[in-house]
Design a protein around this ligand. Structure first.
Ligand code: C2O
Ligand code: CU
Length: 475
């Protein structure tokens, strides 16, 4: 396989991520006197990153603790996490803990669950993570700009009894739009990006590096946590020559399985945990490649010259312990609702409801910057909820992607199962962010067991910004 990146250099080795992990001394809920101090997570507009291939120019970015990606935050399943968000940006922000079935007040979803955190202010996020797995955090305010500038980080919820691996690697993958002089392209949320596939960067980074290198040893078993923190890019990833096993999707364990034929599709905000047995000879190089078009090498697993001495090689089970996610019961008692997605470039949509009035498409675009609609409403995020449901009931959404574009449908506070779908295998897993193909119909179901107001949107940020946003309430 030909790859387009040039020679691997040690300079691209990423050192920041594991060393900078914030370790949290967690205790059971609730917090009281004598509890551990918060881990401070500060959004700063003063970061510098080597996004272009060295020795190219560096790029000014925004980052948590001034770095891209932000620190890897680690918490233990079922224990109290306490993060103090400090906003040192010149504009309001918030932190959303993506995929956590969290207390509603801690969801960071501005304006639904909290007010914006103003410049100079702090906000305390205290919550328990009921599920172990790979999650991430990002602003839920002006994401089209703040996420594109770099504000994103990994949140790892550790199993009480993790599977045995020699290394546990976090690969936060994120694209950026960078000019040749190293500056970020300053056109956030353009009409073109909204109408098409969203903001697609020209550089794909892993842990903030143009090409990240991970030292491994022949004989090692490595857990690889893939996170797509791009604004809108769908990644198609492959690890040629070896056959890694997928052990979790969106944080939730699945029965270990082979990669999908032709690689893994990872929508923006999606996560996949792999277990890779490094079976090649000492001194080899194993590549992680993005294969949507011409293959691009985005990371290298660089084998040490010697093997790992292992008396009982690679026999430990791969299956992760289950998480306590409630099973949906899509029977006659379930609340069934259609969700029609329409709009975007090349659509037949004539118009949609905005502020309670029908507005023709031209005016939607020109006056409101809106291009998409859910069930004929383009500003549902600011209008009535898509539905209200009593706690404990199952919700079935019959989603019809009547557009020419893929979308990444995301539910806050809940993970859903796919009941059926028309363009792919309906795998019986839990998701929080599902890639839907153009023209695809997908029925999803979840147990509405987390009270509060929850967003439901396309995680292609420019789509969410221009109409693909709704919310629901569990009462
Ligand atoms: Cu990453 Cu509204 O979500
Ligand atoms: Cu979308």
């Amino acid at each position: 396989m030909s790859v387009s990146n040039s020679i691997v250099t040690r300079r691209r080795v990423l050192t920041g991520m594991s060393a900078a992990s914030a370790c949290l001394i967690a205790r059971p809920y609730p917090i009281g006197a004598g509890d551990p101090p918060p881990v401070v997570v500060e959004a700063r507009a003063t970061g510098i990153a080597q996004l272009l291939d060295p020795p190219g120019p560096t790029t000014a970015v925004w980052g948590y603790d001034g770095r891209v990606p932000g620190p890897v935050l680690r918490v233990k399943q079922g224990e109290q996490a306490f993060f103090r968000f400090k906003n040192s940006l010149a504009e309001p922000s918030s932190v959303h803990w993506h995929g956590i079935r969290i207390d509603n007040a801690m969801d960071g979803a501005v304006p639904l669950t909290q007010k914006p955190v103003m410049p100079g202010e702090t906000f305390d996020y205290k919550f328990v993570c009921p599920d172990a797995g790979t999650y991430w955090y990002h602003p839920h305010m002006h994401e089209f700009q703040q996420l594109a500038r770099g504000l994103a980080g990994a949140l790892i919820v550790e199993e009480r009894e993790p599977i045995k691996v020699d290394q546990d690697l976090v690969l936060l993958i994120k694209d950026y739009k960078v000019e040749a002089d190293g500056t970020l392209t300053e056109n956030f949320g353009t009409l073109f990006d909204k109408a098409h596939a969203g903001r697609i960067g020209n550089v794909i980074t892993v842990n903030g590096a143009h090409e990240a290198i991970f030292p491994v040893r022949s004989g090692e078993r490595v857990r690889v946590r893939l996170i797509n923190a791009s604004n809108s890019r769908v990644l198609k990833l492959n690890i040629p020559r070896l056959s890694p096993k997928i052990v979790a999707i969106d944080g939730q364990p699945i029965p270990p399985r082979e990669l999908y034929a032709g690689g893994i599709d990872l929508p923006p905000a999606g996560r996949i945990d792999l277990v890779v047995d490094m079976l090649e000879a000492p001194g080899s190089k194993l590549e992680l490649v993005e294969i949507t078009r011409d293959p691009i090498r985005i990371a290298v697993f660089d084998y040490h010259a010697t093997e790992v001495a292992r008396p009982q090689p690679l026999v430990a089970p791969l299956a992760l312990p289950p998480n306590p996610v409630g099973e949906p019961k899509p029977g006659p008692d379930a609340l069934r609702l259609p969700l029609l997605m329409a709009g975007g470039a090349m659509s037949q949509m004539k118009g949609a409801m905005v502020h309670g009035h029908h507005v023709p498409m031209q005016e939607m675009i020109a006056k409101h910057g809106l291009l998409w609609a859910f069930n004929g409403v383009a500003d549902m995020g600011h209008a009535d909820p898509l539905f209200r449901v009593a706690r404990g009931r199952t919700v079935v959404l019959e989603i019809d992607n009547d557009t020419r574009w893929p979308h990444a449908m995301h539910t806050h506070g809940h993970h859903f199962k796919v009941l059926k779908r028309t363009k792919r295998e309906a795998d019986p897993y839990f998701w929080d962010t599902l890639l839907m193909d153009p023209g695809e119909k997908v029925d999803i179901a979840f147990l509405a067991d987390n009270p509060g107001k929850w967003m439901l949107h396309c995680h292609m940020i420019e789509h969410m910004l221009s109409g693909m946003m709704a919310w629901f309430e569990v009462t």
